[in-house]
Design a protein around this ligand. Structure first.
Ligand SMILES: C[S@@+](CC[C@H](N)C(=O)[O-])C[C@H]1O[C@@H](n2cnc3c(N)ncnc32)[C@H](O)[C@@H]1O
Length: 221
């Protein structure tokens, strides 16, 4: 039996995926702000960010299982995540680390309420001992992560995915897997990221996987 079938992990993930279905209400409340953002040139994403403080905006269950599988396949023991939210993806990654024999998922989050809830969710799933949740801006909280990192998952605000990748780059072991979510929905914002990881003369071999809102899967040379 894998950790994904562990009753506490399974029940916590089911509860959280169900709760995340309520995000539509948050998005509905944000519609007027999105319209104002689009009309004033401020930008839709920046205008709705204050509304997203209570939104899960998580990976879906298929993405979670895929991340688990990739982490297992690579024997990942040190995993870094940018963008924890309520902790759904971190729980899938912690399940893989547990089944790989132990290690650490280092994740990070800006919002105090989400941090509090994520800690409670990790305890409910019984994976709190495997997760190091760092409070604050990823560009600061991930600075002192030790080498080597086996797997990196980028799922915070999209304009920071490339800066966070560059921050972590020297710490990625050769052959490390890097994932970035929402390549389709944030195609424009993530274009510099896609250009960087897909550059044939660069340091990665990369492709978009048709999972969720497209998951970029890159392997460090
Ligand atoms: C898409 S959600 C993450 C969902 C999560 N990975 C999951 O699947 O459950 C993005 C999260 O990143 C957080 N975030 C955005 N920018 C951040 C930053 N600079 N440092 C830390 N967290 C950040 C947001 O507050 C938000 O909760």
């Amino acid at each position: 039996m894998t950790a994904l079938e562990n009753p506490k992990i399974k029940a916590t993930l089911e509860r959280l995926h169900n709760a995340a279905r309520g995000d539509w209400l948050v998005f509905l409340r944000a519609v007027p702000a999105a319209a104002v953002g689009a009309l004033t040139g401020r930008g839709v994403v920046d205008s709705v960010k204050p509304y997203l403080k209570s939104a899960y905006i998580p990976i879906d269950a298929a993405q979670g299982r895929a991340l688990y599988q990739f982490a297992r396949m690579s024997g990942a023991r040190t995993i870094v995540e940018f963008g924890c939210s309520f902790g759904i993806s971190a729980i899938y990654l912690a399940a893989a680390v547990r089944d790989n024999g132990g290690g650490r998922v280092i994740t990070t989050e800006l919002e105090p309420e989400k941090i509090k809830a994520a800690r409670a969710n990790f305890a409910a799933a019984g994976v709190d001992g495997l997760i190091d949740l760092r409070e604050g801006d990823a560009m600061e909280t991930l600075r002192d992560v030790a080498t080597p990192v086996d797997l990196l998952f980028l799922d915070g605000w999209k304009e920071l995915c490339l800066p966070v990748l560059k921050l972590m780059e020297a710490k990625l072991k050769p052959g490390a897997a890097v994932f970035c979510d929402d390549m389709k929905g944030f195609r424009k914002t993530l274009k510099p990221y896609a250009d960087y990881v897909r550059d044939p003369a660069g340091s990665y071999v990369s492709m978009a996987l048709p999972l969720g809102d497209e998951l970029e899967f890159s392997v460090r040379a």
